[in-house]
Design a protein around this ligand. Structure first.
Ligand code: GLP
Length: 241
């Protein structure tokens, strides 16, 4: 895995956006894998600026998000559907029919997971997958213990994830306990992976991802087997390396 340490969150966001923009220009019909969480927000903001000011064109781009909470409707304020609209989709010229997020309130979630995998395949696979990292080393919602060959499925959230994400909800009781998430194998099939990590709270997970043995106990460490991963992190996230 390659990694790059930058000074702060602004630089991290600019560098991530630069990599995505390069891909979009090189291949205007690219398939991008997108992530939620607070970390990629600055990158989305910078990409929106590039669209406005530099005419970066997303009209032929297709996107697939990593995950969605089970039980939240697409218009629930904390759903990742709303998150993506707010932070990215409504600011650029992506076509709505080109954006994909798993449905967390489908009546048959198993069918929804299979459908999502097939849609990724039908689009030709993911060119660049953006990832954040959970404090416990999760990627997407692949919690510790997730198998390396896992695909899109329903996952139970770890207690630490529920606690970490409680800040977005009015109380911890409102945080969903399950999600639909692309699997580790789904992520590893992306042709290129860009993982972003910012802040002291990620330092331990970053250390174990990059310097530990690959193990399902730290799902991000399984990325070590991928040939083209770049980790962009700020000084605090890199403080344990
Ligand atoms: C969530 C998402 C992950 C994300 C992680 C870290 O649980 N499912 O995709 O990487 O949180 O979030 P943050 O960037 O807010 O620290």
């Amino acid at each position: 895995m390659k990694w790059k340490i930058v000074e702060n969150y602004e630089e991290l966001s600019a560098e991530a956006a630069r990599l995505v923009a390069m891909q979009v220009k090189k291949k205007p019909d690219s398939v991008l894998g997108l992530a939620t969480g607070s970390t990629p927000v600055g990158m989305y903001k910078e990409l929106a600026r590039m669209y406005r000011v530099e005419n970066l064109d997303f009209s032929r781009i297709t996107t697939f998000n990593l995950d969605e909470y089970v039980g939240l409707s697409v218009d629930h304020p904390q759903s990742y559907h709303v998150f993506m609209q707010e932070h990215f989709f409504r600011h650029v010229n992506l076509l709505p029919e080109h954006t994909h997020i798993p449905s967390g309130d489908a009546s048959d979630l198993a069918t929804e997971c299979t459908r999502y995998e097939q849609a990724i395949k039908a689009a030709g696979g993911i060119d660049v997958q953006i990832l954040g990292i959970g404090g416990n080393g999760h990627i997407g919602f692949n919690e510790p213990g997730s198998a390396a060959d896992s695909r899109t499925r329903v996952v139970q959230l770890a207690q630490r994830t529920i606690e970490d994400n409680a800040r977005f909800f009015s109380s911890i009781e409102e945080v969903p306990t399950a999600a639909v998430s692309m699997g580790i194998q789904t992520i590893l099939e992306a042709r290129k992976i860009v993982l972003l990590a910012s802040g002291e709270s990620k330092a331990e997970a970053v250390h174990r991802m990059l310097e530990g043995e690959p193990t399902a106990e730290v799902p991000a460490s399984l990325l070590q087997q991928h040939p083209d991963v770049v980790v962009i992190m700020d000084r605090s996230a890199a403080s344990r390396l």
